[in-house]
Design a protein around this ligand. Structure first.
Ligand code: PMP
Length: 451
């Protein structure tokens, strides 16, 4: 009998591969090293980063990113030993650093340590997780809720795990990166509709709905760049008409919208049951880190047992879960904080408008952009304001289209009206001054190229 048991060469190779035996190595000629070893990463992103750094240097602007704060960042913050009026932190209800929140976190550390040392499904479950999830489910009046270790990863893993190739995701054109990444991960068809334009969404669904199994609409309750909100009642009607599922990201709405800070549904007077999936983060009002989903018991059970970013990732650290729960309790007991952040947002919006500034579509809650119309003006103004003791981030191309460049102010319940007035006046002066400085773009381009 032949040594090959009568198998063809191909069948033999397949059999060997199946039983894990490697085919004998045949010495192959060393391939020629023809191409250089390129740096990893996306070349177009690296080019953008390098261009921004060279443009900043050519304009004499300091890098506004990664500035280390030396304590809790609230209405003011300390950077490099100097105190600044602070507008870069989403500490909306001023609860980060609150002594009660700190105590809750410390107690949790004393009881459970700093980590749960495993995915919750195996041995990372602690009572504090379910207590937080119950509180979140109560807030959204859903059957259940689930918390995950990152807000960004929550959108990626949950959206990516709820729909697939035969489905359609429609998201607002200004959606956060995590929503877009989740949609891409799902493999579903993805369409973005013009910002807050639910007539167009309706038309898109009319054209596409019949060709897909399921349609999932994803919006945010309070947009983090523009500070505006969707018309939730209208959106619910469109979703129902097309038998679409609806998901709302409340990252910037919790603690900010509605009389008790329960978010866009409370603000709009819409029954939260009309939304299938409430998503939010623990990193803003709740002074922690992580994301959550509040939904039906069936959907939460499915995610709890199968969403990759939950099943294959560690459970929330106990101090983070305890801090978030403490924040929810304080928000419930001290609604005046919610009223204060809303009053401050409205106050700042009014002060900016009175000073002749363009605040875009902001409703004047926790996010107020001041449009500058150009990245250079935004970057220069932020740099000048920093010298004057005001810390605000410039949002520049490519994060937004060039003509939508802006300074973005995050408002907290801790800001004081006189502080907001002073900042609005200083800002108007600085912007007027910076706008006067003409930039020779051709000359600047030459210097950037030479840098
Ligand atoms: N959703 C929205 C709308 C956000 O703005 C953010 C980040 N700020 C996230 C999700 C991600 O949340 P986190 O930073 O907590 O990971």
């Amino acid at each position: 009998m032949s040594k090959d048991f009568g198998l063809s060469g191909d069948a033999k190779a397949k059999l060997l591969a199946r039983v894990g035996v490697r085919a004998p190595l045949v010495a192959e000629p060393e391939p020629e090293v023809a191409r250089p070893r390129l740096p990893l990463g996306r070349p177009e992103v690296a080019a953008d980063l390098s261009m921004m750094a060279r443009a900043g240097a050519a304009l004499g602007i300091r890098d506004p990113f990664f500035r280390p704060h030396e304590g809790v960042a609230g209405a003011t913050t300390v950077i490099d030993g100097r105190s600044y009026d602070n507008f870069v932190s989403y500490n909306y209800l001023g609860l980060n650093g609150d002594v009660r929140v700190n105590e809750a976190a410390k107690d949790a550390v004393d009881r459970y340590g700093t980590s749960v040392s495993a995915s919750r499904i195996v041995s990372g479950e602690r009572p504090i997780h379910r207590a937080l999830e119950q509180a979140l489910a109560d807030l959204y009046r859903t059957e259940d809720a689930l918390t995950l270790v990152s807000g960004h990863a929550t959108n990626v893993t949950v959206i990516g795990h709820l729909v697939g190739r035969d489905d359609l995701i429609l998201h607002d054109s200004l959606s956060h990166n995590s929503i877009v990444q989740g949609a891409l991960a799902s493999g579903a068809q993805r369409l973005s509709f013009p910002h807050n334009d639910f007539d167009e969404l309706d038309r898109m669904l009319s054209a596409r709905r019949a060709q897909v199994e399921r349609a999932l609409i994803v919006v945010e309750g309070h947009y983090s760049m523009d500070g505006d909100i969707p018309d939730l009642a209208r959106l619910v009607a469109v979703a129902k008409r097309h038998r679409a599922h609806l998901m709302v990201d409340e990252a910037h709405s919790l603690g900010v919208l509605g009389p008790r800070g329960h978010g866009i549904f409370e603000h709009a007077g819409v029954d939260p049951a009309h939304v299938d999936i409430w998503m939010g983060t623990l990193s803003k009002t709740l002074s922690g880190c992580g994301g959550y989903i509040a939904a039906s018991a069936e959907l939460i059970d499915y995610l709890r047992k199968s969403a990759p970013g939950f099943v294959y990732s560690v459970g929330l650290p106990p101090p983070v879960a305890a801090a978030a729960l403490a924040c929810l309790e304080i928000m419930r007991d001290e609604p005046e904080r919610v009223a204060q952040v809303q009053a401050n947002g409205a106050h700042f919006l009014k002060a900016c408008k009175a000073a002749g500034l363009d605040t875009g579509p902001s409703i004047g809650a926790a996010i107020v952009p001041v449009m500058t119309g150009s990245s250079i003006v935004a970057a220069r103004a932020a740099d000048r304001l920093f010298d004057l003791g005001i810390n605000v981030q410039p949002i520049i191309y490519p994060a937004v289209p060039e003509q939508a460049a802006r300074l973005r102010f995050f408002i907290s319940s801790l800001h004081r009206p006189e502080q907001l007035d002073r900042v609005a006046t200083t800002l108007a002066d600085v912007l007027a001054d910076v706008a006067k400085q003409r930039v020779d773009l051709a000359e600047l381009a030459g210097r950037i190229a030479a840098a």
